[in-house]
Design a protein around this ligand. Structure first.
Ligand code: RIB
Length: 337
């Protein structure tokens, strides 16, 4: 029978009450040995499977936390989730993964379901700091939340992030040292705090040393990188930037593909720096220089902060952990002789 068999079927076959079956499942020490055996035989015979989520809903003690990521197709978030899962498994907790696809509405719908399911806590990279009312309501109603890949803009919450302003500066200093004086920043939308900070660090470090053009994109994907490459390639050679800093590696991979598709060489004609240092950065046709983020560590640390808040039952000090990125130099910015 299996999944459709209910606790009442088990009670009927074993000749006991539903309460006795529930005790056998949750408090077997309260049931006489002979009765326990009869109930367990009925469970085996009927193939009964306990509906754990219903029990957890009643008891409010789900062993699940959730992580809401911006883009599940981005290996950055896959690595963050892996770190979160490793930390959660150490505590016997399951991580439910939700993808907002950079949509405020999808994020809101995920938070609705997660609250109904009584998850014990939520890790989230908010889509837009200007539209967080649903997240604030979830917090106000008592669900612990830790912000991932987001700075300390939320003083009353734990957060784990990377210093993206410093990351932008690392990219600028590297390109200046390579002799580039006409550079581009590719990234967007500028509603995403990480993009804002990377752009801010990059442009501040360039100062007046290099001329900067900014190419806005609707999202942080390979496709948007290819489109941005087309815009850059169409510029007259003497106006075209000799180097491009991209807000993440997916954009950088798209820019690499788009430029080479149009006959431009990397790094000879245009150098490229990405951000995240995902596995595909080193494996690219021209291995990408990239500003590395400690992705798994971000996920692990955020999960440990969340579990600490859940288990502390009110006696928890919020913390804002800020990691430092590092620049990984590869062929895409090699010095051209
Ligand atoms: O979260 C916004 C961006 O920051 C993501 O695209 C990811 O690549 C990280 O770098």
């Amino acid at each position: 029978m299996g999944a459709t068999t209910g606790i009442k079927d088990v009670a009927r076959l074993a000749g006991v009450s539903v309460g006795t079956v529930s005790n056998v499942l949750n408090h077997p020490e309260r049931v006489a040995e002979a009765t326990r055996l009869r109930v367990r035989q009925a469970i085996a015979e009927l193939g009964f499977v306990r509906n754990d989520s219903a029990r957890q809903l009643r008891a409010g003690n789900s062993r699940q936390i959730a992580i809401v990521v911006l883009d599940v197709t981005n290996p950055f978030f896959t690595d963050v989730v892996r770190g979160a899962e490793m930390a959660a498994e150490d505590h016997g907790v399951l991580v439910v993964v939700c993808n907002s696809s950079e949509s405020v509405d999808r994020e809101r719908r995920h938070l609705d379901v997660l609250e109904e399911q009584r998850v014990r806590g939520v890790l989230i990279t908010p889509v837009d700091d200007a539209h967080t009312s649903r997240l604030e309501l979830l917090i106000a109603r008592g669900t612990p939340v830790v912000l991932v890949d987001r700075g300390s803009g939320w003083p009353s919450r734990c957060s784990v992030a990377v210093d993206d302003v410093f990351g932008g500066r690392l990219a600028a200093e590297h390109l200046i040292a390579r002799g580039h004086r006409r550079v581009a920043f590719v990234g967007g939308p500028m509603s995403i705090q990480q993009v804002i900070d990377r752009h801010r660090g990059f442009s501040a470090a360039l100062g007046k040393t290099a001329r900067l053009i900014t190419v806005d994109t609707p999202n942080l994907t390979v496709t948007s990188g290819r489109v941005a490459a087309g815009q850059l390639a169409e510029l007259p050679a003497q106006q075209r930037p000799t180097a491009v800093f991209c807000a993440n590696d997916l954009l950088a991979l798209g820019v690499l593909q788009g430029l080479t598709h149009r006959g431009l060489r990397v790094p000879e004609d245009v150098a490229i720096v990405g951000y995240d240092d995902i596995e595909f950065a080193a494996a690219a046709a021209v291995p990408l220089s990239s500003v590395r983020q400690p992705r798994e560590q971000l996920g692990r640390t955020a999960t440990e902060l969340l579990l600490d808040e859940i288990q502390a039952n009110g006696d928890h000090q919020h913390r804002h952990v800020l990691f430092q990125p590092e620049l990984v130099v590869r062929a895409s910015t090699e010095k051209v002789p």
